[in-house]
Design a protein around this ligand. Structure first.
Ligand code: TXA
Ligand code: MG
Length: 309
């Protein structure tokens, strides 16, 4: 495995793609300073070229290579939650080219905490790398992969012989990172995730706004994270249909129980697996019983709403 990670770091430096496990979802990584490598991410994902990418690194000091201004509260957030499932949007340096930012004057950065990702990124940095761009490793608009076989199913046909897929088990968080816009006086939530508004306020002493941002976030398109099966929320489930719900919810006769997590953490972790499983089983309709409460439960409801369009 260590040899494989070293060879993946070289693969990235040589301009090829590496699918890497992270604690949120698997990412499709390319050297963020190499325009042609990054162009291949867009081609492999089938993603429109004006959708900006998150730059990942292991050494938090590299934030200064990518961000021109880091407000104190962003430093507080980085100290509190990196490595971890949080992405910060900051004003960019010249290093963050238009091919990363979609032409915007901001850049998104994250230090993931999955041990394989951290090792890959630090080896990449030892080879002189400054960061890797990595969107979720799915075709555009589809469900993010949370294990390596889902990556292979999504992108296997589009990768080259030199590209690599790293093994890292099931992603621990299961939904994409929280994205926080740090370009104004106080933090703004752009995408909900495991780092909650309450946690952000605790770390910064600031209140968090959720005003719809004018910044483009592809994860904020209404229809996203969608399987082929029709997903409906909080409705009666009929025989032959799939059911996604907490364990406390019983399974009616002849209903296909996709997951039965014991808590919201488990719900988030297994959600995308369940949506993929629905398609693997050829289900036409899936009922999801949404979890109650704020924080991570709210992030789960957000993803389910997008999956249900
Ligand atoms: O958990 C994650 O964040 C995963 C793992 C692989 O790190 N990555 C991920 O990347 O979800 P992606 O490309 O699927 O979603 C990144 C989101 C997009 O919605 C994009 O629009 C937004 O981040 N984003 C990137 N740069 C931005 C910027 N400068 N301003 C606002 N949003 C930005
Ligand atoms: Mg994505």
């Amino acid at each position: 495995m260590l040899n494989e990670i070293s060879s993946a770091a070289r693969t990235l430096r040589e301009g090829h793609l590496v699918a890497m496990p992270t604690e949120t979802v698997y990412g499709l990584a390319a050297d963020a300073t190499n325009p042609s490598a990054v162009a291949r991410i867009y081609a492999v994902k089938g993603r429109p070229a004006d959708h900006p990418l998150i730059v990942h690194f292991s050494d938090p000091k590299l934030i200064n290579s990518w961000a021109a201004e880091v407000p104190d509260y962003a430093t507080d957030l980085a100290k509190a939650f990196w490595p971890g499932p949080m992405t910060l949007v900051l004003s960019r340096t010249d290093l963050a080219g238009d091919f990363i930012t979609g032409g915007q004057d901001t850049v998104a950065v994250r230090v993931p905490r999955h041990p394989v990702a951290l090792k890959l990124l630090s080896e990449f940095e030892q080879l002189g790398g400054l960061g890797v761009a990595a969107p979720s490793a799915n075709r555009f608009g589809k469900v993010s992969p949370t294990n390596s076989s889902a990556v292979r199913a999504e992108l296997g046909d589009y990768l080259d012989a030199e590209d690599m897929i790293l093994e890292g088990g099931d992603s621990e968080v299961g939904i994409e990172s929280t994205i926080i816009d740090c370009t104004s006086e106080s933090p703004k939530l752009l995408r909900l995730g495991a780092i909650t508004a309450e946690m952000i306020t605790q770390a910064t002493g600031l209140s968090v706004s959720r005003a719809p941002s004018t910044i483009r976030v592809s994860g904020s398109l209404a229809s996203h994270y969608a399987p082929n099966a029709k997903v409906v929320l909080d409705q009666a489930v009929l025989p032959g249909e799939g059911l996604i719900a907490l364990e406390s919810e019983p399974t009616p006769d002849s209903v296909i129980r996709l997951i039965a997590p014991v808590d919201v953490q488990g719900y988030a972790q297994q959600l995308y697996f369940a949506l993929r499983q629905a398609d693997a089983l050829g289900l036409r309709r899936v009922v999801a019983i949404t979890p109650k409460g704020d924080g991570l439960a709210e992030a789960i409801r957000d993803r389910l709403q997008r999956a249900s369009y």
